[in-house]
Design a protein around this ligand. Sequence first.
Ligand SMILES: O=C(O)CCC(=O)C(=O)O
Ligand SMILES: [Fe+2]
Length: 323
Amino acid sequence: MTVSPARLSVVDPELVDQLEALTLRLAETYESHQDPHLLRDLPMLAAEIPAEQRAFVRSFAFDDSLGYCVIRGHRVDQTRIGQTPAHWRGRALPGPEFPEELLVLLYAGLLGEPFGWRLEQEGRLVHDLVPVKEHEHEQMGIGSRELLTLHTEAAFHPLRADYLVLACLRNPDGVATMVSEPCLEDLTPSVIETLFERSFPIHTPPPFINGDLRRGTEIISILFGDRNDPYVRIDPYVMDMPEDKDARIAFEAISTSLEKRIENVVLEPGDLLVINNHRMVHGRRGFNASYNGADRWLKRVNITRDIAKSRDRRDSATARVVA
Ligand SMILES: O=C(O)CCC(=O)C(=O)O
Ligand SMILES: [Fe+2]
C-alpha cells in the first residue's frame, strides 16, 4: 500500500548528500551509538536535519493524532554497510552502518530520548532487526517465517516507548510492516467502556523474563486517555482471554477491528517509519529469509518523552539502559 501524502515526507534530493556527509563526519566524531556524548548532543545535532523534515516530525508529535509517518529519501550506502549480519549479538561497535544509525538517532532526538532495555539486545540503543535462523519461527522482530502479530511495542511494560523509529537499510523482497490504528466506529459504546477498564491480563514476554522477576502478569486497560480519541495498549500474543464475558467480547471486538484495518507499509532502503506507540499497533508479514547476507535489515530505536520516569531502573542519570 502506498503511503498517503499526509503521512509522507520526502527529503529534498539536493540535501541528501549534505545529510550523508554529516552522518559520515559524526561517525568519525563519536564512538558508537552507545556514546554518552552523542546522546547528550543529539538535540543539537538534530538541528542539522532539513527544516521541512523537522517541521513534519514536530507536527506528527505535536498533533498526536496519526499512528505513523514515513520519511523517505535518505541514502543508504549498500556497499559500505556490507552484508546483513546473521545475528545482532557479537557485532563489533560501531559497525559499518554507524552513519545510518546516527541518522535514526538524529530523528529520535526530535522526538525525545532514545533508550534501551537491559534484556533486549543487551541494552543496545539501536537494535538490529535481521532474520536470525535459530529464531525463524518465533514471534520476535528477529523471526521471519511467521507473521509477527499486531502489538504495541513492549505493551506489558509501563515504561514502554512513546515512539519507535524503524529505519530500513534493505528490504529486497518488499516484506511489509503492518500498521493498524484503532477505529471507534467499529466498537459499540459498551465495548469502548469495557476496554477502558482494567480487565485484561498481560504477561511479560520471554525475552524479558530472564532473571527479571519483578514483572509477571499485570491487569491493564486496553484503551486509555480520551474516551473519544483513545490511546491503545495491546499485544494479544502475550495476553489471556479475560474470564469476564463482557471483557472477552470487548477484547475480541478490538482485536477483530485492528486486524480488519491493517495496512501494509513496505519500507524501502532509506525510509524511516516513525510510530506513535500509543496511537497504533504494528507487526510484520512472514517471509522466507535466505541467510546469505542480503536479507532484510532494519534498525529500531525506542524513544521516551520522559526519561526521568525510569530513573529508578537506570544506573545513573545519564544512563539510557532501563533494567
Ligand atoms: O520488522 C518489522 O517491520 C517490524 C518488527 C517489529 O515490530 C519489532 O521488531 O518490534
Ligand atoms: Fe514491534
